[in-house]
Design a protein around this ligand. Structure first.
Ligand SMILES: [Fe+2]
Length: 232
């Protein structure tokens, strides 16, 4: 089965990720060497700072600059976004659909790194319960400990998916927590959240190796198969 990197900043010069087309090409090569067959490009979208149309235009331009290069080593690239949570995000389902991963109704949302208000949680539940969009919360490990168990359960019960970064599994400090979250069903997707070849490079293969070693090959197959079911 194909490894999918669900969260990356591989597009050149669009956010704080890859700073040049050359760096993007090198990142794609690194991902290919890690057996990644599909990369979801998820540049940051800050709705308070930029109009949606402008973001989509910049994203297309960055993508076109990248694919103009002869990509000898490249996984398939799907366009998406890492959408920063904003107030009343749930009132804009049509706009959000334009930000879903290409060909899907799957949307990656970055929540504030603080305890969420009831309103924030309700906004996310509202999107999830619309039945029109599948919400994925980006790098949940950053803020899950700041939320109540009740909040997390509500989100999970409503079908909200949780993405974690590969480094959550590869760091000796967080590996144990990552593996237990995976076992108890709080982790659905893994992404490298890579930003550059030396600054936050991709460690997705290493993460899957750790999962296989500790939780078994079935755990890896289950993760990979689930991620494939979302985008294929
Ligand atoms: Fe990110």
């Amino acid at each position: 089965m194909d490894i999918i990197d669900f969260h990356t900043h591989i597009l050149p010069e669009i956010d704080d990720g890859s700073q040049s087309t050359q760096e993007s090409v090198q990142l794609l090569k690194m991902l290919t060497e890690q057996n990644v067959k599909t990369v979801v490009a998820t540049p940051h979208f800050h709705p308070a700072a930029e109009h949606l149309d402008m973001f989509l235009q910049r994203r297309n331009e960055a993508y076109n600059r990248l694919i103009k290069r002869s990509l000898k080593y490249s996984p398939r690239i799907l366009l998406g976004a890492e959408v920063e949570y904003y107030d009343d995000i749930c009132c804009d389902i049509d706009g959000l659909k334009a930000l879903c991963i290409e060909g899907t109704n799957v949307l990656l949302i970055e929540m504030p790194n603080a305890k969420w208000s009831e309103k924030m949680t309700d906004d996310i539940l509202c999107i999830a319960e619309s039945g029109e969009i599948t919400v994925v919360l980006a790098h949940i490990e950053r803020y899950i400990s700041k939320q109540s168990n009740k909040t997390i359960k509500q989100l999970l019960d409503s079908g909200v998916l949780m993405q974690v970064n590969a480094t959550f599994f590869t760091s000796v400090f967080t590996k144990g927590r990552a593996l237990s979250m995976l076992q108890n069903g709080t982790v659905h997707l893994v992404g490298s959240d890579c930003h550059g070849i030396s600054r936050r490079p991709p460690y997705i293969k290493k993460a899957y190796e750790i999962i296989e070693k500790k939780n078994g090959a079935d755990a890896v197959n289950k993760l990979i198969s689930f991620s494939n079911s979302l985008i294929n």
